[in-house]
Design a protein around this ligand. Structure first.
Ligand SMILES: Nc1ncnc2c1ncn2[C@@H]1O[C@H](COP(=O)(O)OP(=O)(O)OP(=O)(O)O)[C@@H](O)[C@H]1O
Ligand SMILES: [Mg+2]
Length: 392
């Protein structure tokens, strides 16, 4: 098994087309490839102009395509786990989960679990994932971590937190301690979620690729997306600038557009200098059918190493220093004034606009508290010093 490539970006920028082009190229290189869509509004079938089923189906030599139907997957592959979890969550608790910024699409989570399962089976050398537009993809990618975090708080699961449900939490969420059988299902789901997030954040296994357009709004959105991807610890190692107008259009109508595109191409080249960038022309036709998609392969995916993963940023890390411990997190394009930090008894919480991440503190830091934080370039450093535990 080689790698998972996840294509994301704003609505309509060309994610499906670019993902499909990679899938074709990969198959042509002789690699056993799966092109899979987690977008509920599937369009691989439209793109290839053939119906695509509920299981992976061959569409050319070395290439299978698959539009995941999360409901089908939930019923057929993860039914027991789901039922156990739902039984444990009495009425009102989905609200409680929502309060934590969760449950944006519990169903789509099963699409990711399915991808993890396929990855573990090792049938494919490359799995290329066509995602829903940005916001949904972010929610989707951060969901396994959030849900396992939530489960750790509520149930005595996992190797990290072998805690018993506290009376307060029990009252708060009105949850009964699960029976043994249910617990074992819960634990199974927890472990799957845990492995899933490990896989998605593993720089040796997963590449996130951003698709963008050379226009102000889309560029800004791409930068934000990149920042959040870093906040949640995903490795972005490719940027695709789509729909680039040919320089030689002899029509003054496009003069202004050409200037705008030049400006934002330059800006993207500068801002994302560390990341491989691919430019895709604006075609005079809709990209439908194998032949049309292959134009992208021919025009933009000719360099060697397109499928090589590249480690661009490091995961957050804790290092001992003279004062105690220093935690560093990569947050490119983050505006210092928009970053908030909180510490709880077990987590450090980083909040940027509407996104927040709970990072569990290593045990050794439970008796330390945050004494300072600063943003230098792309790096947020948080100093921990030994002291009375902040919330005891
Ligand atoms: N470089 C291009 N030149 C011309 N047309 C393009 C180009 N890239 C994409 N398109 C067309 O733009 C439309 C949107 O592309 P695509 O479906 O790949 O985007 P998407 O990001 O997957 O959209 P969605 O967010 O709706 O899933 C399609 O009709 C596609 O054929
Ligand atoms: Mg699409």
């Amino acid at each position: 098994m080689e790698r998972i490539y996840i294509f994301t970006g704003k609505g309509g920028v060309g994610k499906t087309s670019v993902a499909a082009a990679h899938a074709i190229k990969s198959a042509e290189e002789g690699k056993k490839t799966l092109l899979v869509s987690t977008d509920m509004a599937h369009n691989l079938g439209d793109l290839f102009e053939i119906p695509i089923g509920k299981r992976p189906e061959a569409i050319m030599e070395n290439l299978d395509a698959y539009e995941i139907d999360p409901e089908y997957v939930m019923e057929h592959d993860f039914n027991d786990m789901m039922l156990s979890l739902l039984k444990l969550l009495p009425q009102g608790s989905p609200r409680a989960m929502e309060g934590y910024g969760m449950l944006p699409g519990m169903e789509e989570l099963f699409a990711l679990l399915k991808i993890n399962e396929i990855y573990q089976e090792g049938t494919y050398e490359r799995i290329i994932v066509d995602c829903a537009p940005t916001g949904e993809t972010l929610s989707l990618l951060k969901f396994p971590e959030l849900l396992s975090w939530y489960m750790e708080k509520l149930f005595p699961v996992g190797k990290i937190a072998v805690r018993v449900l506290s009376p307060i939490a029990r009252q708060l969420y009105k949850v009964e301690l699960p029976s043994k059988a249910a617990m074992s299902d819960i634990e199974k789901l927890y472990l799957k979620l845990y492995h899933l997030q490990e896989l998605l954040k593993n720089r040796e296994a997963t590449s996130i690729r951003l698709v963008t357009l050379p226009e102000k709004m889309v560029v800004e959105e791409t930068k934000r997306n990149y920042m959040y991807m870093n906040l949640y610890n995903f490795n972005v190692d490719g940027l695709y600038i789509n729909r680039i107008l040919p320089e030689d259009i002899a029509n003054p109508f496009f003069d202004e557009w050409l200037m705008i595109q030049r400006k934002y191409r330059e800006q993207l080249q500068e801002s994302f200098a560390a990341i491989p960038i691919y430019e895709i022309p604006w075609y005079d036709e809709e990209l439908r059918g194998m032949k049309a998609v292959k134009r992208i392969c021919k025009d933009a995916l000719t360099e060697d190493g397109i499928f090589d993963g590249k480690i661009i940023t490091q995961r957050e890390c804790f290092e001992q220093n003279s004062k105690g411990y220093l935690m560093t997190v990569n947050l490119p394009f983050a505006d210092k004034s928009g970053v908030d930090l909180y510490q709880s008894d077990s987590d450090i919480i980083i909040k940027i606009n509407n996104f927040k991440r709970n990072i569990p503190l290593p045990n050794v830091l439970r008796t330390y508290r945050v004494t300072g934080a600063k943003m230098e370039g792309e790096i947020l450093s948080i100093q921990f010093e030994k002291g009375d535990a902040a919330y005891e």
